[in-house]
Design a protein around this ligand. Structure first.
Ligand code: WT7
Length: 646
C-alpha cells in the first residue's frame, strides 16, 4: 500500500470474521455487477410475512425521483426485532441499560422486551394511535425510549424522535412539521448528574401544538411536573392496564417507519423519511458485517436515540440480529473520565462504537483515567459522526484498544440510513483518518463542481450513483425539496454534501461538508438555522455563521453579528445572544465565538461572502483570496482586526 501508516488486519481476526479481504472483494464485485441478485439474496436476512418478488425500482431523476426496495413484500420491524428471536433467545439479554448513576443498571431479556413493547403498543392503541399516525418521542436514554420506538413500529405508527437536548421551540416545530397528535416523554432526564426538564419543555412546546391530544410520561426522577388530566397519561399506569400481547401489523416494505429531522444548508430542518423493509435489511446487514457481530457479543453504541446512529445501531440493526445492545443514559465524563471504560469492564463489552469528539475530550484527560481500567473484553472499536483526526485515531487504537482492536471509521448520514463507507474488520487494512472502502452495493463517485466524473486518485464532491436499501425515500411532506436538495446539483446522482479525497489504493478520505452545514461534536448544524435564530432577536440586524476548527468539537460555531442602529455592543449583550440561541434551538447550537460586525463582506449584489468569513474565523486571514468584488472592502479590515480566534 502507498501510505506509510497502514494497519494490517490482525491474523487471528481474519480467520474468525464473516469476511476476509478476498471475500470482501468478491462480494463487492457481485453487489455492483448484479445488484438485483445480490439484494434479492440479502433481502432474505429479515423475516417477511409475504416475500417480495421485486427487488429494486430506482430513479435518481432529474425528474420524478423515486426509490423503492422490495416493494411488494410485507413485514414488521418490531416482529423482526423481537418475536422472531423468542423461540431461541427468550431468556437472553436484549438490552443492558446503564444509568447515569453508576449504581443503576438493568438487564432486559428478549422475553421481557416483548412484554414491555406489547403493553405499550396496546396503550398507544387505547389512546387512538393507529397505523400511519405520527408519534413524537422526546425522551432520555432509558429503556422506555426503545420500547416506544418498537411499539410504534409494531402497530405501524411512524415515530419522530426529537433529541432531548432540543429546546421547546425546536420540539414544537418538529411536532407541527409532521402533525403528531401523540407525544412520549419523561418527567425529567438525567445526564451527568443534572436533570433536564423534559416534561416542562414539552408543556411549553405544546402551547403551540393544539393537535396533540395525548402525552405519555415516564416517571424517571419523580421530580415536580405540572399535569393536564385530559392530555397527560403516566406510562406505567397505561402499561399496567394494557394487555401483554399485541399483534404485529403487517406493513408494506415501503410503508414509513420513521421520520427524523435533520439540518440542511437552507431553511427549516428536513424530515428525513425512512421506510420499512429496505431500511431494516440494510441496518441489520451493516451491523453484522461492519461490527463483525457474532452471537453472544456484547455491543455498545454510545449515541443517543435522538440521532440516526441510535436508530440504526442501538435499536434496529442490533435487535434484528438478536444482539445484546447496551443503552447508556449518561455522558463520557461522569462521574469521571473513566466512565466509558468502566462500563466496558462492568458489562464485558466486546464492540464499542463512539464519536471522535468523545475520544478527543477523553484524550485530553490523560492516560491514567484509561489505564486504571482493564478493557480486556474489547475486540473492536468504531467511530462515527465526523472525520477522525489521525492523532485521535492513534490514541483510540494504542491507548484504548492497546493496539489489539481494529477501528472501523464509518462514514454515513441521517439520509443514508446505514453505514456506506467503512472498513470491515476482517477484510480491510486500516489507514488512520480514512473511512477506507465502500460497503457492499455502494457506488461512490467523485465529481468536480461542474459534475464531471473524476477518476483515480483525486479529490471532489462525494456522490452516489446507485441506491442502497437503507436510503431515505423522501423529505416528509415535501418530495420536491427531496429532489432539490439531493438530486438537482449533479444530474442522476445523489449528492452527499461532503467533499472527499480518493487515494491511490482507492481509499476514501472524507474532508468535511462543502455546503453551509457545520459539524459540531458530530452533530449537524445548519448555519442558516443559527443565523435565523440570531436575527429573531430584537437587537440584531444581521448575522452570519461559519464553522472553525475546534480542538474537541471538531468544528466550533463562529458568529458575526451586526446590531440594529442605536444598539451598543457589550459583554452582557453577547451573553444574552448566546443564551438566546440556546433557548431558540438548544445547547448544541451554542455559539462558541461571537464577533461584533459593523458590516459583513458582501458582493455588489448583496451576497455575503462566506469564504472570507470562514478564513477570518480560521485565523487564516493572510489567504483571503480575491476581495475585489466586495462592495466595501474596508469591512474586512475591521473584521480581521477584531477577530476572536487568535
Ligand atoms: C455528516 C452526516 C452518520 C451518523 C452521524 C452523523 C459527517 C459522518 C463521518 C465519518 C467523516 C463523517 C459527514 C456527513 N460524517 N460520519 N466517519 N468521517 N465525516 O449523521 O448528522 O446526518 O451527519 O457527518 O459530513 O455528511 P448526520
Amino acid at each position: 500500500m502507498s501510505d506509510a501508516t497502514v494497519f494490517p488486519v490482525p491474523e487471528n481476526l481474519a480467520e474468525k470474521a464473516w469476511v476476509d479481504e478476498s471475500r470482501y472483494l468478491q462480494m463487492y464485485q457481485q453487489s455492483v455487477e448484479d445488484p438485483e441478485a445480490f439484494w434479492a439474496k440479502h433481502g432474505k436476512r429479515i423475516h417477511w410475512f409475504k416475500p417480495f418478488t421485486k427487488v429494486k425500482d430506482i430513479n435518481f431523476g432529474p425528474e420524478d425521483v423515486h426509490i423503492r426496495w422490495y416493494e411488494d413484500g410485507t413485514t414488521n420491524v418490531c416482529y423482526n426485532c423481537i418475536d422472531r428471536h423468542l423461540p431461541t433467545k427468550k431468556d437472553d439479554t436484549a438490552i443492558i441499560w446503564e444509568g447515569d448513576d453508576p449504581s443503576e443498571h438493568e438487564y432486559i431479556t428478549y422475553g421481557q422486551l416483548y412484554d414491555h413493547v406489547c403493553r405499550f403498543a396496546n396503550a398507544l392503541k387505547a389512546r387512538g394511535v393507529k397505523k400511519g399516525d405520527r408519534v413524537t418521542i422526546y425522551m432520555p436514554m432509558i429503556p422506555e425510549a426503545t420500547y416506544a420506538m418498537l411499539a410504534c413500529a409494531r402497530i405501524g405508527a411512524v415515530h419522530s424522535i426529537v433529541f432531548g437536548g432540543f429546546s421547546p421551540d425546536a420540539l414544537a416545530g418538529r411536532i407541527q412539521g409532521c402533525q403528531s397528535n401523540c407525544v412520549i416523554t419523561a418527567d425529567e432526564g438525567l445526564r451527568g448528574g443534572k436533570s433536564i426538564p423534559l416534561k416542562a419543555n414539552a408543556d411549553k412546546a405544546l402551547e403551540s401544538c393544539p393537535g396533540v391530544d395525548t402525552v405519555f410520561v415516564v416517571k424517571r426522577t419523580g421530580g415536580n411536573i405540572s399535569w393536564n388530566d385530559k392530555r397527560d397519561v403516566w406510562w406505567h399506569e397505561a402499561c399496567e392496564a394494557a394487555d401483554n400481547s399485541c399483534p404485529a401489523e403487517e406493513m408494506n416494505a415501503e410503508d414509513p417507519l420513521f421520520i427524523l429531522y435533520t439540518s440542511g444548508s437552507t431553511g427549516q430542518p428536513k424530515g428525513v423519511l425512512h421506510t420499512t423493509g429496505g431500511y431494516l435489511v440494510y441496518a441489520s446487514m451493516t451491523h453484522k458485517y461492519v461490527f463483525d457481530y457474532h452471537d453472544g457479543d456484547i455491543y455498545w453504541c454510545t449515541a443517543d436515540v435522538g440521532w440516526i446512529t441510535g436508530h440504526s445501531y442501538i435499536v434496529y440493526g442490533p435487535l434484528t440480529n438478536g444482539a445484546t445492545t447496551l443503552v447508556f443514559e449518561g455522558v463520557p465524563n461522569y462521574p469521571s473520565a473513566s466512565r466509558f471504560w468502566e462500563v466496558c469492564d462492568k458489562h464485558k463489552v466486546n464492540i464499542f462504537y463512539t464519536a471522535p469528539t468523545a475520544i478527543r475530550a477523553l484524550m485530553r484527560e490523560g492516560l491514567a483515567a484509561v489505564k486504571k481500567t482493564s478493557r480486556s473484553s474489547l475486540r473492536l472499536l468504531g467511530s462515527v459522526g465526523e472525520p477522525i483526526n489521525p492523532e485521535a485515531w492513534m490514541w483510540y487504537h494504542e491507548v484504548v484498544g492497546e493496539g489489539r482492536c481494529p477501528i472501523v471509521d464509518t462514514w454515513w448520514q441521517t439520509e443514508t440510513g446505514g453505514i456506506l463507507i467503512t472498513p470491515l474488520p476482517g477484510a480491510t487494512p486500516l489507514k488512520p483518518g480514512s473511512a477506507t472502502r465502500p460497503f457492499f452495493g455502494v457506488k461512490p463517485l467523485l465529481v468536480d463542481n461542474d459534475g464531471n466524473t473524476l477518476e483515480g486518485a483525486t479529490e471532489g464532491n462525494l456522490c452516489l450513483s446507485d441506491s442502497w436499501p437503507g436510503q431515505m425515500r423522501s423529505v416528509y411532506g415535501d418530495h420536491e425539496r427531496f429532489i432539490q436538495t439531493y438530486f438537482s446539483t449533479y444530474k442522476g446522482l445523489y449528492f452527499t454534501g461532503d467533499g472527499c479525497r480518493r487515494d491511490e489504493d482507492g481509499y476514501y478520505w472524507i474532508t468535511g461538508r462543502v455546503d453551509d452545514v457545520i459539524n459540531v461534536s458530530g452533530h449537524r448544524m445548519g448555519t442558516a438555522e443559527v443565523e435565523s435564530a440570531l436575527v429573531a432577536h430584537p437587537k440584531v440586524a444581521e448575522a452570519a455563521v461559519v464553522g472553525y476548527p475546534h480542538d474537541i468539537k471538531g468544528q466550533g460555531i463562529y458568529t458575526y453579528v451586526t446590531l440594529n442602529l442605536g444598539e451598543e455592543p457589550s459583554d452582557e449583550l453577547r451573553k444574552e445572544l448566546v443564551t438566546w440561541v440556546r433557548k431558540e434551538i438548544g445547547p448544541i447550537a451554542t455559539p462558541d465565538l461571537l464577533q461584533w460586525a459593523p458590516g459583513l463582506p458582501k458582493t455588489r449584489s448583496g451576497k455575503i461572502m462566506r469564504r472570507i468569513l470562514r478564513k477570518i474565523a480560521e485565523n487564516d486571514y493572510g489567504s483571503l483570496g480575491d476581495t475585489s468584488t466586495l462592495a466595501d472592502p474596508s469591512v474586512v479590515d475591521d473584521l480581521i482586526e477584531n477577530r476572536m480566534n487568535r
